[in-house]
Each structure stands twice: as C-alpha cells, then as structure tokens.
Design a protein around this ligand. Structure first.
Ligand code: KG4
Ligand code: ZN
Length: 337
C-alpha cells in the first residue's frame, strides 16, 4: 500500500506544502511566494514570518486538494527545522507539530539543505551515494561529500557571500530586481561572457572553499569607473561576464573535489542549480572527466516542500521520528543536520 508524507517548508520567504509518496512521486507541491519583500530589495524576516502564518493553512488546503489525498490517509508529517530565518522556521514547525499531534501521526524533522540535495531523488529515485554535492543557494555554498545517506561531511564552503547572494547583490548593483539569479540568467543569454574578466577567488587546486564578496566589490569598482551609457549598452555582456565568473569557480572546484576524493557522481542542488550556464558548463566538464552529473528538475531547485518530503522518505522508512519537544534553529548545526 502507498504511504504518503505531508511536507512543510517555511525556512525563508516561500510557504510551501507538498504531498509525496515513499517512491518519491509528488502529488502536489504548492508554493506561495512573497513578492511583498521586493519593495525592500531583500527579505524582511518579520514580514516573512507573518506572511507564512497567513498563508500556511491555505497552502495546506490547496496541497491536499490537488493531491486528491485525504489528511487521514497521510502516514507522516515532515518539516524543515534548520537552517533559515528563525521566525519563519518556527511557523512551519509549530504548524506541523500541531497537525502531527492532532492527527496522531509521526513527525519528521528535516534539514533544509539536505532537502535541496534530496530534491534530486524526485527525478532519480534510484540515485545513491557516494556523490559530491554542490549545494548552491541564496544563503549557502558548499561542497559536501556523501559517503552514504547518513555519513557525509562538508569539504568546502563559502567564507563570505553565498553564490546566490552574489547573484542577488550584483543584480542589485545594476538595479535589475530581486532575486537577481533568475534575472541575470535570462539577460546573460544575450551577452558575451568574455567581455570582461572578473576575478575567480581562491582558485587553487586543493582549496575547496569559496569567496564571492571580492567579486561583488570588483564589479562595484569596475562599474563606478564606467559611464552609465556604456553600462546600459553593454548590460548583457557585463551580466554574462559576472555569471561566467561565478559559474567557472563553482565548476572548477566541484571537478577538483570529485577528482581528489575519486567520486564519479556529482549532484547539484539549491536555487542556483537552476542556472542555465551552470547546468551547461557543469555537464560539459563532468562529461570530459567521466563523471555523471545530476540536477533537480527546475521546479524543485528553489525552496519547495516536495524536496523536504523527499528528504523525509528515508527517515520515515527507518522510523526516525521527532518528538513534540522538537525545536527549530537558524544555524546549520553539527554535522550539517
Ligand atoms: O535555494 P533557494 O531557493 O533559497 C535558499 O535556500 O537560499 O535559493 C535562492 C537563490 C537566490 O539567491 C536566487 O537568486 C538564486 O537562488 N537563483 C538563481 C537562479 N534561480 C534562483 N541563481 C542563478 N540562476 C538562476 N536561474
Ligand atoms: Zn533553500
């Protein structure tokens, strides 16, 4: 008999509820975004919490309706508990806890970043470690070596800005809107990535850490020396060059890590994994180096509850449940989880 997991994701500014089964089939994945933050040029944590509170019930109703599955037929409830905005996490976690208690269903606590990685299972249910995961989101940039589903460790991470943050901040410098990643991706398609060579930081073979704040400063300094007409005329080229600088370093370090640890599988995850240039270059370089590469489907790259459900499947099958004393926390926590 099929077992269904009801999953919640509220770690940042998307309220999402999904229904998924233990074979990674997604029945619904409702996402309510919060355009309200756009006016502020970034996410306002307090506003995000309040909007989660307003939307979560509606998202639950919509997710159940779309899935055609009754609340009573759900086998477990999963929720992301870290990392993220603490107020936002608490809304999702409290809601999930209350539901689990009232329905007498098991509760499963999920790390949001692991959710991003496990989004790949929706497309490739039989994909198993070992693999190197490049996790690239708005708040994180990490290379994680997975020896198994439960034994994994971070081999490199950003020392300052995350790659998604670099896209967002540089888009802001150019007044392109928020979030900057998808906008830059689109504009860069019509630009020359070799127009200007922006720096590739920490580009050394055995260094798996990243740094993107220097790139942002370098773009800022370069832009401040140009005439505004010149910037407008070459916007596509500038943006394509910035994107290339970010993508190059992500790809080089991932390939170096796969070679050093002798791993033949690369998994890309997180919002930036939707980037078309990253997908193309990573696929290209992996093929050249005899490595297989996997990306989540585009709709599972950005924050969504289906990926939280996907990460909960294995915990559900192993009866790894949380009790009602569960708490959320904003940081990654020991051992990534
Ligand atoms: O994983 P995510 O939805 O949220 C976090 O957990 O942070 O990632 C959001 C980030 C944003 O910085 C956004 O600009 C970036 O992912 N992003 C992209 C693209 N789509 C989203 N960056 C580059 N190219 C894209 N197509
Ligand atoms: Zn995320």
């Amino acid at each position: 008999m099929k077992k269904y997991i009801l999953a919640f994701e509220t770690s940042c500014d998307d309220t999402s509820v999904a229904v998924i089964d233990t074979e990674y089939k997604v029945y619904s994945n409702i996402i309510s975004s919060q355009p309200d933050h756009e006016a502020f040029g970034g996410i306002l944590p307090e506003l995000a919490s309040r909007l989660h509170l307003r939307n979560i019930n509606k998202c639950l109703d919509a997710a159940l309706l779309k899935s055609g599955i009754d609340l009573q037929d759900i086998s477990a409830i999963a929720v992301s508990i870290n990392p993220g905005l603490i107020g936002s996490l608490i809304i999702g976690m409290s809601f999930a806890k209350a539901l689990a208690w009232s329905l007498d269903k098991p509760l499963i606590a999920i790390n949001h970043m692991l959710g991003h990685v496990m989004a790949n299972k929706i497309e490739y249910p039989h994909l198993n470690p070992p693999w190197i995961a490049l996790v690239v989101s708005g708040g994180h940039t990490e290379l994680v070596l997975f020896e198994s589903f439960t034994n994994f460790f971070i081999i490199g991470q950003t020392l300052d800005d995350a790659s998604g943050e670099a896209f967002d901040k540089i888009a802001k410098l150019l007044s392109l809107g928020f979030p900057g990643g998808p906008i830059i991706d689109k504009i860069a398609k019509n630009g020359n990535p070799n127009f200007h060579k922006f720096p590739r930081a920490l580009n050394r073979k055995n260094n798996f850490n990243f740094s993107f704040s220097g790139l942002k400063t370098s773009v800022f300094n370069w832009l401040s020396k140009q005439q505004s007409g010149y910037i407008n005329d070459h916007l596509n080229d500038i943006v394509a060059s910035v994107q290339q600088a970010i993508v190059d370093i992500l790809v080089i370090k991932t390939i170096n890590a796969a070679q050093k640890y002798d791993i033949k599988k690369v998994i890309v995850a997180g919002g930036v994994s939707a980037n078309s240039c990253l997908r193309a270059e990573m696929s290209n370089q992996c093929e050249k180096n005899d490595i297989s590469v996997y990306f989540p489907k585009i709709q599972y790259c950005m924050d969504n509850a289906a990926m939280i459900g996907a990460a909960a499947v294995m915990k559900f099958l192993n009866n790894e449940y949380a009790d009602l004393s569960l708490n959320a926390f904003s940081t990654k926590g020991i051992r990534y989880i």
